[in-house]
Write a protein that binds this ligand. Structure first.
Ligand code: AMP
Length: 356
């Protein structure tokens, strides 16, 4: 991990009137650039051999300039060029994945958020320890595949978009699907409705839903469209499909905006609060956008199966605001909220509190 002191030194050297927001050209970049521009920042799009022409179709989401590198590992070697431009990196899921968490931790460029969260998020055991110690209910973990006595989901560590995950209902099913070359975990398959809840935690603002330090905001909710499981029912029961060699996959292909039953809002805010408070105790706290990935059962139980501690692609339906963020500020996107936090921190001489 790049020492915090090193990043603080770089932040001290920056011309605060000439900051540039940079991110990788993918995932949530349109709203990050749009939001940064609206808050008065210059914008820089990092590309690795991508075709950037599609930005011409969305001029307000197009960065002022592109920064072309041959590979994400080269980005580390060119960090000085970014520092010369007073760059602040806004990471998103793809950015960290493409760069690799280890290289991302070492990048010597001020980055929005606490990079220490990565350790807790990318290891399923640590993630479970964090969430359960916060009092969050998670799907039950099954240690021994021979003891599978209900539908379970077998997950591979670090698998993005649920790639390779499979459902098993007993041990023979498990044996049929498992790839022993990958680290896996087994959890109960929770039947219910999936909601991906987008929060924003500010350790430096004071108005709103107060935590011990700072405030928690509830910005939006989506449901992922996952191929092919979401459409499988149209072809009949899964058992029948297996006989035909068709297995469910969870590859995200889009996002659908959701409005929740209002009585769920206080419960979810409390869960967000507990997750943040525990993160402060465990590793100095995450900050900025995060997402609790939940399943709500028909008895209104909320089970959280995953946390993402940066901007998620599920916020993309809300570039012009959501039914929740509109009640904070009309038209507020998560991308813009990030830029606002950087402006607020800059104006109050607190940039070092939100950059690592
Ligand atoms: P993840 O990689 O953990 O985000 O999971 C990928 C997808 O698998 C989710 O978006 C859900 O559709 C599904 N999923 C994950 N965990 C569970 C679970 N315990 N029960 C039912 N579905 C799940």
């Amino acid at each position: 991990m790049v020492p915090k002191k090193r990043i603080d030194g770089i932040v001290d050297s920056y011309d605060k009137g000439d900051l540039t927001i940079a991110t990788a050209c993918s995932h949530t970049s349109l709203q990050i650039f749009d939001g940064a521009r609206k808050e008065g920042f210059k914008t820089l799009g990092i590309t690795v051999g991508q075709n950037t022409k599609f930005y011409d179709a969305f001029p307000r989401g197009k960065p002022d300039e592109f920064f072309k590198v041959d590979s994400y590992s080269e980005l580390g070697d060119r960090s000085e060029e970014l520092v010369e431009r007073n760059v602040i990196i806004v990471p998103h899921g793809s950015f960290v994945e493409y760069m690799s968490p280890r290289n991302f931790e070492k990048l010597e460029v001020p980055t929005f958020g606490n990079r220490r969260v990565l350790d807790w998020e990318s290891d399923r055991e640590k993630e479970r320890a964090w969430l359960t110690s916060a009092g969050i209910e998670m799907p039950k973990k099954i240690e021994d595949p021979k003891k599978i006595d209900r539908p379970v989901l077998v997950k591979y560590d670090g698998a993005k978009g649920g790639r390779g995950f499979f459902i098993a209902k007993d041990y023979p099913d498990f044996k049929l699907g498992i790839d022993h070359s990958q680290k896996f975990s087994i959890q109960e398959y929770v039947l219910g409705t999936r909601y991906y809840v987008h929060f924003f935690y500010s350790p430096i603002r004071q108005e709103g839903y107060r935590l011990r330090k700072g405030v928690l905001e509830f910005l939006s909710v989506d449901r992922r469209d996952e191929s092919n499981i979401d459409e499988m029912y149209k072809l009949g029961a899964q058992e029948e499909l297996k006989k035909l060699g068709i297995f469910p996959t969870f590859v995200v292909t889009g996002n659908i905006p959701i409005v929740l039953r209002e009585s769920l809002l206080p419960k979810l805010l409390e869960q967000g609060e507990k997750v943040v408070e525990t993160s402060i105790e465990l590793f100095g706290g995450m900050l900025g956008p995060f997402c609790l990935e939940c399943i709500v059962t028909d008895s209104m139980e909320i089970k959280v199966f995953e946390i993402s501690s940066r901007i998620v692609a599920g916020t993309n339906p809300f570039i012009s605001g959501s039914p929740y963020s509109d009640l904070i500020e009309p038209g507020l996107s998560t991308g813009r909220r990030i830029a606002q936090e950087i402006v607020y921190a800059k104006d109050n001489d607190q940039l070092k509190e939100v950059l690592t």
